[in-house]
Design a protein around this ligand. Structure first.
Ligand SMILES: Cc1ncc(COP(=O)(O)O)c(C=O)c1O
Length: 389
């Protein structure tokens, strides 16, 4: 597909282009659903109906009840609400987090630790998987404290695409009396519900499955008690005060309903991803550049994390951007300063992380996109790195 500004977009894990049917519903709802959903009048009821439909669609996608879903501004807020909402200020508890979690989980956990909550990190294996045995060891290391025991593990890693052993971890978490939170931001709409089977709380974001940015949700098993992060009104089951964006919710609902289509089309890009990897390894070999795959465990079909030894991933990304190819160097770019991927560093070491580029394909990626990207890679790699890494 052609990205805004032109060129090839291979950064679907960062965000996806909103689907035309999402845009249509969203745009229509900007005009028809702008009222305050808390108002009793007819306009308010219209906005409220859009929110109800969105919660219903999220509930169907995730396998929870609509009454047990709160809409949020995205994955980051949903993850914070899930974790901090379980152990709010003043409360005690104990938490295990996977060692390759997104910063919205890892930093929320660090914040809890700074507040005196017992936090253990379950480190990943070199394969990229957080093995159940590592979670069991982390659980065993937790002190016995009052309050909830919680395990947080993502369904699929955002940088490596590696699938995490959620069902096994759910079983062992429950055996030790802990709740399981699954960050399904990269899994919802890409995997079936078995990818978060057994979870007591699940979080998702609309923009990763072609919904609007600024939409997401947390769903919980009946009986799980969460406390809101903000003080205010009683919107979203009392968990998320503030006037809701019913128009964005209308777009989210459509994205969730078309998730099976998104899932099938995303899985179908596997051969293109494999071709990209194969030809990049071959191009590297011709130029004397070792190209190594990060995360060797079972993974989703659309993601590739590759280290180009001797290169800096950020530099390679920037050079590719000039060629019109959008990829990422793995980590969030804060204030325009790319940092090496913490995920790859945890799995394969810092040097590999600094040399890494993530390519993520999606529903509309074509064979031609892959050809164009490969040509750009070959040109950039042939020029050599601008400076020693
Ligand atoms: C696994 C994972 N969790 C959480 C998030 C945060 O989601 P959002 O960008 O909607 O806040 C992301 C975003 O990249 C993610 O990949």
């Amino acid at each position: 597909m052609t990205a805004p500004g032109g060129g090839v977009y291979l950064d679907w894990n960062a965000t996806t282009p909103p689907h035309p049917s999402v845009v249509e519903a969203w745009r229509a709802a900007v005009s028809s659903g702008w009222a305050n959903a808390s108002s009793v009048h007819r306009a308010g009821q219209r906005a409220r109906a859009l929110l109800d439909e969105a919660r219903e669609a999220v509930a169907v996608l995730l396998g929870f009840e609509p009454a047990d879903v709160a809409l949020t501004s995205g994955g980051t807020e949903a993850n914070n609400l899930a974790l901090v909402g379980l152990v709010p200020p003043g409360a005690t508890g104990a938490l295990v987090v996977g060692g390759v979690e997104h910063p919205s989980v890892a930093r929320a956990a660090a914040g809890l630790a700074a507040r005196g909550v017992a936090v253990e990190v379950a480190p990943p294996a070199p394969s990229g998987r957080v093995e159940p045995a590592a979670v069991a060891r982390a659980l065993a290391a937790l002190p016995t404290v009052a309050g909830p025991r919680v395990v947080s593990l993502q369904s699929v890693n955002h940088e490596l695409g590696v699938l995490q052993p959620v069902a096994e971890v759910a079983a062992l978490a429950h055996r030790s009396g802990a709740l399981l939170h699954v960050d399904a931001v990269q899994g919802a709409g890409k995997l079936d519900r078995s990818a978060w089977q057994g979870a007591d709380l699940v979080t998702m974001a609309g923009h990763k499955l072609r919904g609007p940015k600024g939409t997401g949700a947390v769903a919980w098993r009946r009986g799980v008690r969460l406390v809101p992060l903000l003080a205010g009104g009683a919107q979203e089951r009392g968990l998320r005060p503030g006037t809701q964006d019913a128009a964005a919710a209308a777009g989210l609902a459509v994205a969730c309903r078309r998730a099976p289509e998104h899932r099938a089309a995303t899985a179908a890009v596997g051969p293109l991803r494999d071709q990209l990897e194969r030809e990049l390894v071959a191009a590297g070999a011709r130029l004397g550049i070792e190209v190594l795959r990060n995360g060797t465990s079972e993974r989703v079909a659309h993601v590739s994390s590759l280290a180009f030894v001797g290169w800096r991933g950020a530099e390679l990304c920037a050079a590719l951007a000039l060629e019109g190819v959008a990829v990422s160097s793995g980590a969030a770019c804060s204030a325009g300063t790319p940092e090496a991927s913490a995920v790859v560093a945890a799995v394969a070491g810092r040097a590999r992380a600094e040399a890494t580029v993530r390519l993520s394909l999606g529903e509309t990626t074509t064979a031609r996109d892959v050809e164009v990207a490969l040509e750009a890679f070959r040109r950039v790699l042939a020029r050599g790195p601008a400076r020693e890494p």
